[in-house]
Structures are given as structure tokens and as C-alpha cells.
Design a protein around this ligand. Sequence first.
Ligand SMILES: [Zn+2]
Length: 398
Amino acid sequence: MARETTKRCRTFRFRLHPTSRQTQTLLRQLDLQRELYNAALEERIGAWKWERRSVSYVDQCRTLTGLSDLRPEVTASGVTLCRGTLKRLDRAVIAFYRRVKRGETPGFPRFKPAQRFNSLQWEDTSGWKVKAADRRLYLLGVGEVKVNYHRPLQGTPKAITVQREGTKWWLSVRCVDVPAMLLTPTGREVGIDLGVTNLVATSDGKRVEGEHFGSRARDQLADAQRKLATKQRGSRRRRRQVEEVARLHHRVANQRMNAAHELSRQLVNDYDLIVLEDLAITKMARAPRAKPDPDRPGAFLPNGAKAKAGLNRSIHDAGWGTLASLLSYKAESAGRIMVTVNPRYTSQTCAECGHVEAGNRVSQAVFRCLSCAHVAHADVNAARNILRAGRARQALPA
Ligand SMILES: [Zn+2]
């Protein structure tokens, strides 16, 4: 049972099918926007280095007016697209300072090589038009591009992103005023533990295995990457292996996305209150501490954190990040509540008697309380503690 009420913001994603000529134009535009991105980044770095002056997004947008005379090809798909590129840089810089403020040691946004710049963003409604009835998207400077609108678009389109994934193209449409469907309460609440072995455990004892999060494709990816390392530079075989690695990367991402959609939908259908651990806190607790460089004040020595973290960790964290953000938006539009709590001690605390001791956790999988002898799967025990912490937070006055 669902009833329609308040209006929300939502993003819809569709497959784009540009013709080969349109593909050439899009690729050229990606190149030009990347040039703009890198030039704008250079300006920000230069202004800071030589004049201790910071350049804002608004400052950089002002220079776009003259750009259409100097480099008409850059603004061929509209100034809106250029503003989207500058906004993207601005977001990266803002995120950098936010992380510095939190005490982390992130790297300053870097210049983008071609393989790292894959999307075009239109930040307002000019320069494009969604034509769902004609199964087309109009893009200024590109033309009418075929789109597979595989499900109805709801609300009013406000901004779009066109993204390249290998040889595939995708369109994301951000809509406002999307009608929300509130679900009827079930009277059930759940805590969720995000296990280290690619596993979700719920406080009522359910566990989701890692395969559902694309771990099989991930193994194939690891194999493909090992094989890549054995291929000779510049060889045809190596080039083919590079393509294979890229294909598997996208497959892992897609599988994870589908699994996250499915799991979040199920959780939102089943529970009124969903409690998760706060990923930002979890990650901070895990990151090896930065080593300051004694020769250069303010700089840091490599501490091997990146190497230790490796491919798996980053994919793993990205998976949980995806799940958390899908849960948050699905919960909101269904009228459910999702809260995050500090995961500290949740794995060492007995969910039955509250006794806290590191020795309670016998192994990765087994929890046995040293005080009351309660035995449970370690992740399920942790999930119960997470639920309790979430309920306690809900009980506090806002
Ligand atoms: Zn106990």
C-alpha cells in the first residue's frame, strides 16, 4: 500500500545511443571541457601560489563571456555546459577543504588526463531538451540523440549529465517535483552491520553474502589486472587487455549498483527505522595516521596507506557508500527513517547483557560473551548493538 504525497528531487538514468558522428562531437566536447577544467584548475593554483588569492566559481564563470569569441568551439554546446565543468572543479576544491578541516590529508584536485574525464554536465535548463515522447535528447551543438527511456521520467527535468563508460554513453536527468510514495508503517526496525568480508548482517539475523555485491566479477577483474601486468608495453595484446580490464570495471560497478538498489528497496519496504554505522567515522578509524615530513613543514611522507588499502578496500567502501546513499534517498521518499550511528564498540559489546570486552569477539565470525556466555554470529550481534544505538538516538530530543 502506498499513497502519494510530498514532492521530491530525483535522478533518472538512461542509456544514450549517439550516432558515430554524434559520438565524435561528444568526444571532442569531452576533450574541450577537460581543457577548460584543467585551465581553470591551473588558474586557481597560480592565483594562490603567486598572489595568495583565491579564485571562486563566480570569478571563473565571468571569464566565460570572453571565451565564446576567443574559443568558440569550447562554448559550441552552450555556456551552461562550461559552467557545469567549472562547477565540477569548484565541488572538488570545496570537498578538498572540507576534508582538510576534518583533519584528513587529502591531495589537492589534480589535472585530469583524458581517461579520467568522462562526463559533461549541464547545470541549468538551457542547451538541452528531454524529448521522452520522441525517445530523443536534444543537445546544442550535437543534435537529436537517441535515448532508451526504459521507465517513465517523473517530475520536471532541471539538469543533465552525459557520461561515457568505455564505449557506452549514459544520460542522467535530475528532476524536481517528483511525487513521493509514502509506504505504510510495518512496525519493524532494523540495525545493519557492514561486514568486512563483503557481507551485510541485520539485527534480526539475516545475512547477505558478498557475491550479491559483485565479488565474482571482482575476482575476474583482479585476474585481468594481473594479466595486464605481464603484457608488453605498446603491444596489441596489452591494448586488448586494457579494454578487458575497463569492461570488467564497469561490470563490477553495474552489479554492485543493481545489488545495492535491490537490497535498499527491500530494507525500505520491510522496516520503518533503518540504522547504519556512520561510514565517515568507520573509515577514519581505519586510516593509517599520516607521517609529517621532517624536511618539509606541512608535507607528508608516504605511509603505505594507499598500497595497504588497495583495490578491494576502495571498491568495498564505494559499495557501502552507494548502499548508504540509496537507502537514504529511498527511505526519505518512502517516509521511512534512516539514521547513522558511531560504530565504536558495536563489535565488542554483548547485545544480550551489554558487557564490553575485546575478547568477546572470538573470531571474524563468532561472538561469545565472556560474562553471560551469549553466542551469536559476530556481525548479527554488532547489528543488534547498532539498532540499539539508533533507537537511543531517535529517543533524544532533536
Ligand atoms: Zn553477555
